[in-house]
Design a protein. Sequence first.
Length: 404
Amino acid sequence: MLRQGKILLTGLLIVSILFLFWTVAYRFSSGEMTLTRNPFGEGDKEFCISLKKENEKKNVSLLVREKVPSQKELDRIYDEFFKKLEKEMCGKNLSLKKVTENLSFPEQLSGYPFRISYQTGDSAWIQLDGSLGKDARLLKKGEKKEVNIKVTASYQKYRKSHIYTIDIIDGNCKKVKDVFSGAQAYLKKKEKESRGKEILSIPSAFEDVKMEESGKGRKSVEIFMLSFILLLLIPVHNYLDLKEKGKKYQEEAEKDFPVIVHLLTLYMGAGLSFFSAVSRISSSYRERRERTGARYAFDKLLFMEQQMKTGIGQKEACLKWGAAFEKDCYRKLSVILTQSFTKGAREAASLMEEAEKEAFAARIDRARKEGEEASTKLLFPMILLLFLVMLLVMYPALIRFRNF
């Protein structure tokens, strides 16, 4: 929790410093307002400007037009646009110089604001939707037909046209040889040759084609994400486990409190000092700890004894011992014991006897409450057993009634 608090304070400090720098920069700025217009093709931008004069205030909107490109920039944009459009128009064809299948005529290209229109000249060869006409299918093998397509890109007042020369070949319009056909044939050949083997080994590349199992990269990413989530869950689990153990130890300490206050009252009432009484209880606990296991409250008592042996005062050690518990009974007992160091043992003895009576009364109440909770938990198994008994009793009667 301290570490998380440090992280939070560090984040708040960084944010505060950045806010301070921003405030200083704003205060000492020139006072000019900076508005950024959109680049060419991204449209206009509207800003809200606040006007203020003395006690009067008004908000107005200002429409900032997109940036007007220079002729050189516009020529560069058109050149890039028509080059990318050529690749889009090819469709499944390798290029516009070897057209055997339908072309693709997009109305708009991603990343550019232009609307695109096409003029084919003769629809018998290429139609406006990009499909090949009837004359293109009558070409014999080896023949070629050259067709020009005029493409116009327009946006607001900007307009430019470009003519593409397309060569239509092979009147049967056979499919262009797939660039992966060689790799596919190689895979089939490897599979056929290794049918007698349990494992099929395939290289990562064939000629210039890279090969890998589909979805393998995605699986590795999923595994990484799952591992990352599990790593995040580890500290959460540790924190919850520590919290649960702390709750268990505190409940265990509450059960041991009547025994501890009884032993302290007994030994100190017999004339032993506080240190001697703690040493007697600790010595007895060491002997039985190997048989019965460790107890949180008695371990804290051992730690208090070690502190007093190393030179820490009885009052300070006793207060630290009481502060180690969440229950008020231990803190109250530590206060009573510290009072006995100054006011005398007689008054402290009477207070400890009262604390002992209250502790045993609380122990009886807790035992009664635990018994009631146990009976409530046993209610569901009892109902389940009752249902099974009723089923066993009624089953013969049901079978007999059915045969009747």
